[in-house]
Write a protein that binds this ligand. Structure first.
Ligand SMILES: [Zn+2]
Length: 131
């Protein structure tokens, strides 16, 4: 994964100047960290999504990439890398084992037929309890 990110990109994520190693600053970072929820491969036939997610996870967990290190300081990444494995196992192109396009079930998911949609919605709701 390549990146053209530079310091100015990070200012929009957390504008305050943070001193490295300062305990008060690291507490501020922890409290003010934003969350990115990343959901991958809803449609089984889109196998390229798995490669993209693998690349992203390698990038964001890199202990040496300075961009990844900076992002992890400022953002909590919650990743659901593979949303529809049962659809892949069934050999479906677009739908889950229940025969539904999961991206079309977010408004009213059924807990037994679309459990991953319910779980992702809960993950989002937990991050935004006031919404
Ligand atoms: Zn898709």
């Amino acid at each position: 994964m390549t990146s053209r990110a530079n310091e100015s990109n990070f200012r929009s994520i957390l504008p305050e100047e943070i001193e490295e190693g300062d305990e008060k600053s690291s507490e501020l970072i922890t409290r003010r960290k934003r969350t990115a929820i990343i959901v991958g491969r809803v449609h089984p036939g889109e196998s390229n999504a798995s490669f993209m997610m693998e690349g992203f996870m390698k990038f964001i967990t890199s202990p040496t990439n300075p961009v990844a290190c900076e992002l992890r300081k400022r953002v909590v990444f919650k990743i659901v890398p593979f949303t529809n494995p049962d659809g892949v196992i069934a050999g479906n192109y677009r739908v889950s084992m229940s025969g539904n396009d999961l991206n079309r079930k977010y408004l009213a998911p059924h807990s037994k037929l679309h459990p991953i949609v319910c779980a992702v919605k809960k993950l989002i709701k937990d991050e935004n309890p006031d919404t």
